[in-house]
Design a protein around this ligand. Structure first.
Ligand SMILES: [Zn+2]
Length: 114
């Protein structure tokens, strides 16, 4: 799976990078990471941003067969160098039941079957 996969699957590929797919405890985790480019302070709109670690956001999708699928989004915790504001850089993610997640499942089923 490559970058185009994310774009097709999420429809919102901008802002996210595909990292890896892991098979854990009978389920599937798709790891994605927010890109650093284009992060701006929500308060003063400066783009001088320091990273202060990451947080994980887990989004459950509909299962493939009996396998639960979770998208694990690694969201950077940021601090603005200009005004000191702390914020999470989180590009838009699909929600549960979103058609883009169903598309993601279709893609995973295709790759799991080959
Ligand atoms: Zn700021």
């Amino acid at each position: 799976m490559e970058a185009t996969f994310l774009k097709r699957a999420f429809g919102i590929g901008e802002g996210w990078e595909y990292r890896s797919t892991k098979y854990v405890g009978g389920g599937v985790e798709v790891h994605v990471k927010a890109k650093r480019e284009g992060i701006r302070c929500p308060k003063c709109e400066a783009d001088h941003i320091a990273l202060r670690g990451t947080r994980e956001r887990r989004i459950r999708t509909v299962p493939i067969g009996f396998k639960p699928v979770t998208i694990v989004a690694h969201v950077p915790r940021c601090q603005c160098r200009q005004c000191g504001e702390f914020f999470d850089s989180s590009p838009l993610l699909p929600r549960e039941g979103d058609p883009t997640l169903i598309a993601l499942n279709d893609l995973l089923q295709v790759s799991a079957g080959s």
